[in-house]
Write a protein that binds this ligand. Structure first.
Ligand SMILES: Cc1ncc(COP(=O)(O)O)c(C=O)c1O
Length: 391
């Protein structure tokens, strides 16, 4: 077999397995729950217009928008103190929008916990617009992104307009299963959270954790690329830099009811469908229970493999339930390729995708809302069998 050109090795998702057996473990964009995908497909076959072809100011779309906002508020238990905005520009748009909305002056300080690829990217973008104070979240012994620092007066700048963190580092596999509460002396600093890859999979204590802004690009758990959900506490509106572009300005968008310019209408409808699905499935608490079951199934195989598989985060309380990174026989290239080809042949795709940061040292199984517990168990069983056959 010529492994050099096998599609599995270049990140192809087009497995030759029967389509009903294909499972998409991609880190996002990825598949939505099957019931939601069926609902989307059906919406194109109904008479009348879809949300792709109606004015965003038509009553039909206003009902869709209102539904998406109110079900998201219900599912995520978002208090009335917060505005729910649908913003443009993906996660990267918010990397820039945050300092532009919360730091009126470029000299204003913002503290950034950098403990992974995406928080580093968010920090680097903010550095262009405000005075960034970095809290180095690497493991002090290895210099690697495998941990999360304790937040104290010693490392958080008390003058910060906000404290930024990423609640799930998608590439590195580090998750805060609950948001931190800052010590009393830092309670005045609002948290700003990049929840792009874990939003809707666990409850959030919005007021108790002093969440100021939380954003999630839709294309992992709640929808499609091109839309970001940004939840902003109302007392933080009206503080933007005069340089903040209108489409990024939280105040402008909130005053215009998400209609300052043309929003991503179809994507907003899909978010509403996902939220309806979550309500039907038992809500965010049930989603968390499933996320624990799914990730445990994989971490169990890894931990019991006598070192055949390894995952970088050893602190189990920080292991991501969304993205499980693992390598095979210390990263052995031939075995890794064999694993990728065999799993792909069986319909398990997305375990190695190309990213802006390369393919990385680890394969990664992403376990968003579109992946079921049973599907994850199929991957776990495959991994276990592969280990027995190859060690
Ligand atoms: C945690 C996190 N933040 C931000 C982003 C970037 O999002 P976008 O590509 O929508 O800008 C990603 C993308 O994978 C992510 O995982």
């Amino acid at each position: 077999m010529n492994t050099e050109i096998h599609p599995a090795l270049v990140g192809s998702l087009s497995s030759t397995a029967p389509s009903e057996e294909v499972i998409n473990f991609s880190p996002g964009p990825t598949s939505l729950p099957k019931a939601v995908e069926a609902q989307i497909a059906a919406s194109f076959n109904q008479p009348g217009f879809t949300s792709l072809s109606i004015s965003h100011r038509a009553p039909e779309f206003l009902a869709i928008l209102d539904h998406a906002v109110s079900t998201a508020r219900e599912v995520m238990e978002i208090p009335e103190e917060y505005e729910i905005l649908f913003t443009h520009g993906g996660g990267h748009g918010q990397f820039a929008a945050l300092p532009l909305n919360l730091c009126a002056e470029a000299s204003d300080i913002a503290s950034y916990v950098v403990n992974g690829t995406w928080s580093a990217r968010g920090r680097d973008e903010a550095d262009r617009y405000c005075n960034v104070h970095t809290i180095d979240g690497r493991d002090p012994e290895t210099g690697k992104f495998t941990t999360f620092p304790e937040l104290t007066e010693a490392n958080v700048n008390a003058e910060s307009k906000y404290l930024y963190l990423c609640s799930n580092e998608t590439v590195n596999g580090i998750e805060l299963h609950r948001l931190p509460k800052l010590p009393e002396s830092l309670k005045h600093i609002p948290l700003v959270v990049d929840a792009s890859s874990d939003f809707s999979t666990k409850p959030i204590d919005w007021l108790g954790c002093n969440v100021g802004v939380l954003f999630a690009c839709a294309s992992k758990n709640i929808g499609h690329p091109g839309l970001t959900m940004t939840v902003v506490r109302k007392d933080l509106l009206g503080k933007a830099s005069p340089l903040c572009p209108g489409v990024f300005n939280y105040t402008t968008n909130s005053e215009a009811g998400n209609l300052w310019n043309t929003p991503a209408t179809f994507n907003i409808e899909v978010v509403g469908m996902v939220m309806d699905w979550l309500v039907k499935e038992g809500g965010v608490h049930e989603c968390e229970r499933r996320s624990i079951a799914k990730s445990n199934a994989l971490y169990d195989v890894i931990d019991k493999s006598n070192g055949f598989y390894a995952t970088p985060v050893t602190n189990t309380s920080l292991r991501s339930r969304m993205n499980v990174p693992f390598n095979i026989a210390g990263g052995d290239e031939a075995l890794t390729n064999k694993f990728l080809i065999e799993s792909w042949d069986k319909g398990m795709v997305g375990l190695r995708t190309l990213t802006p940061f390369g393919v990385g040292d680890y394969l990664r199984a992403s376990l968003y809302n579109g992946v079921t517990v049973d599907e994850t168990k199929r991957l776990a069983a495959f991994m276990h069998r592969f280990q027995i056959e190859n060690s």
